[in-house]
Design a protein around this ligand. Structure first.
Ligand SMILES: [Zn+2]
Length: 132
């Protein structure tokens, strides 16, 4: 966590998610009423409005839905990607894909999530995964 103003007051589902990440676990919520998975973390099911959401380990399996390449000078760290990933459980999340050349990113490619400890916090990052 940082000491930036406004960033040290996470609570509720966001805090649960962050705590899991610090333990190296990628978890998402599942509704006990309608079985829908939800992400980002929330207090109400987006499908049926139930408050009966339970944290479950995510499979980490996903597919590249969309991506963009952010151009940056070498001195500032070089180019990187920002992606939208469709998780096997259903929700879509924004992240980054490591371990692949930018020109090799392909819509629909299989991805596997892992938790990365980075300077600005623990994050879910993807790598190319096994095709199913
Ligand atoms: Zn529901």
């Amino acid at each position: 966590m940082t000491d930036e103003p406004g960033r040290d007051k996470v609570s509720g589902p966001d805090e649960e998610f962050s705590t899991s990440l610090t333990e190296g676990k990628f978890r998402i919520q599942q509704c006990n009423s309608c079985s829908a998975h939800c992400f980002p973390p929330r207090t109400l099911c987006p499908v049926c409005s139930s408050r009966d959401l339970e944290w479950r380990d995510a499979s980490g399996i996903g597919w590249l839905h969309a991506f963009t390449i952010v151009r940056r000078s070498i001195e500032k760290g070089g180019d990187y990607n920002v992606v939208l990933v469709d998780l096997k459980e259903g929700p879509r999340m924004m992240s980054r894909v490591d371990g692949v050349a930018l020109e090799d990113l392909k819509i629909g490619m299989a991805l596997q999530a892992h938790v990365a400890q980075e300077a600005d916090g623990d994050k879910v990052i993807f790598r190319p995964g096994e095709s199913e």
